[in-house]
Design a protein around this ligand. Structure first.
Ligand code: ASP
Ligand code: MG
Length: 429
């Protein structure tokens, strides 16, 4: 079916795309390109606000007045400077009043400690970041483009009670989103809402996990049978390696949902891993595009798998620890040992990045988290000889070729390797 102009576009703008007055003006310019389309804008907190709110939260919990005040003032000045550049006169006063109200709530949080669990208090507090960004952005869009409305994502995305990593109640959320958004989009064309935040059945704020705004965009798109989702980023699209570490990265022009899910499973950090499933189920394409160069193609992720093998992608995980364990009683590694090992690893809450076994030993790789390493050793050392190596790297190469494998392993010692038809993985020291 040809998409009509009545179909819905979901746009997700992350922290970097709204980190300054210029950046916000740029968002408005992007929206102007989609004149008269129905658009849901899902926005993250501005710049590094969520990280700063985390520090502010700790200062509040510890009742460290001096630290609390200093971080809060920095955060306040950051937002005020932005609205100062964006609005004048009466408009500035109106939006400043709204910002001040959020900061009043921040002060109240400090003054009135509650006895709710820490993770629940974190979620209510951390949501201030998205509240601020969406309020400012919506006000600007309304001023420049006329038709837009602000909506509270907590009234639309419902979850269970797992604070800080809530699970979506799909049935409730889909019903609420459909009921509310269709009517608002008919009347107002652009809805501005928050990524990352949601609420439980009692209406208490929950969150979908750090970097969860992409996932929010996926939820809205799924509920509304959107035409597409676009994640506007500070990179030209999905790249075959992390540009922080490599200069010669290549853009992946088009890949399948399956491939994108695999890449994010191995640790590629472009898209929040939960985002893809709800889109894949409804075959809604996801575009990753540069907010600096909106004319450029970006990456298209959809059901088509035919381009998946075009470019080898490689993903590095640093700071890895390789364990190698042998039963103390000199028994061979048989199923009974393996199930015992897995039980103990799950008691230690170990997350295994790669594993391998031989007749006498079992090897596995984990992230270097000192507390977990300690509990892994405690669990295993009564029955197994435990050895481990630190400071290693795990490299995963999708659609590998010899040239790429040689490149990623160059000058390093290979401690362990695994290959399937599509994926080669190396533990390097
Ligand atoms: N602002 C939240 C975070 O930084 C959510 C997001 O950016 O996706 O984790
Ligand atoms: Mg963010």
């Amino acid at each position: 079916m040809e998409p009509t102009n009545d179909s819905i576009l979901v746009f997700k703008f992350g922290g970097a795309s709204v980190k300054s007055a210029n950046a916000i003006n740029n968002v408005v310019d992007i929206l102007k390109r989609y004149d008269n389309r129905k658009i849901i804008v899902v926005v993250s907190a501005m710049g590094k606000t969520t990280n700063n709110l985390e520090s502010l939260f700790d200062a509040a919990i510890n009742q460290n007045q001096e630290l609390f005040t200093s971080i809060k003032e920095t955060l306040y000045d950051f937002h005020i400077e932005i609205i100062n550049k964006l609005f004048s006169n009466g408009k500035y006063e109106t939006i400043k009043h709204k910002i001040d109200q959020v900061f009043d709530d921040i002060n109240t949080f400090y003054r009135k400690p509650s006895n709710k669990p820490r993770s629940q208090r974190y979620d209510s507090f951390i949501s201030f970041g998205e509240h601020l960004s969406s309020t400012i952005l919506q006000f600007k869009i309304k001023q420049d483009l006329n038709k837009s409305t602000w909506s509270d994502a907590r009234k639309l995305i419902k979850t269970d009670d797992q604070f800080q990593r809530a699970n979506v109640d799909w049935y409730a959320s889909i019903t609420l989103i459909q009921e509310y958004c269709q009517a608002e989009l008919d009347a107002n064309r652009i809805i501005v809402t928050q990524g990352f935040i949601s609420s439980n059945a009692l209406g208490e704020t929950t969150t979908l996990g750090r970097e969860g705004s992409d996932y929010s965009a996926g939820i809205f798109a799924h509920a509304l049978d959107a035409e597409s989702v676009t994640i506007w980023k500070d990179v030209p699209g999905m790249l075959n390696a992390d540009p922080k570490f490599f200069k010669d990265t290549q853009k992946l022009d088009r890949i399948s949902f399956r491939e994108a899910i695999e890449l994010s499973y191995y640790g590629a950090s472009v898209i929040h891993p939960k985002t893809l499933k709800p889109l894949q189920n409804k075959k809604i394409p996801l575009y990753v595009k540069s907010f600096m160069n909106p004319n450029e193609e970006g990456t298209k992720i959809d059901v088509d798998t035919s381009n998946d093998h075009m470019v080898p992608s490689f993903i590095f995980k640093k700071n890895q620890v390789l364990f190698s364990i042998t039963p103390k009683d000199f028994s061979f590694l048989i199923e009974a040992n393996l199930s015992d090992i897995f039980l103990k690893l799950s008691m230690a809450k170990a997350e295994i990045n790669i594993m391998q076994n031989s007749a006498l030993s079992f090897s596995f790789l984990v992230d270097h988290d000192p507390n977990k390493i300690k509990s892994i050793i405690e669990q295993l050392s009564p029955s197994y000889e435990v050895k481990y190596n630190t400071d290693l790297e795990l490299v995963t190469v999708r659609h590998y070729d010899q040239k790429t494998n040689d490149f990623v392993c160059k000058g390093k010692k290979i401690l362990l390797q695994q290959r399937t038809r599509r994926t080669a993985r190396f533990v390097l020291g």
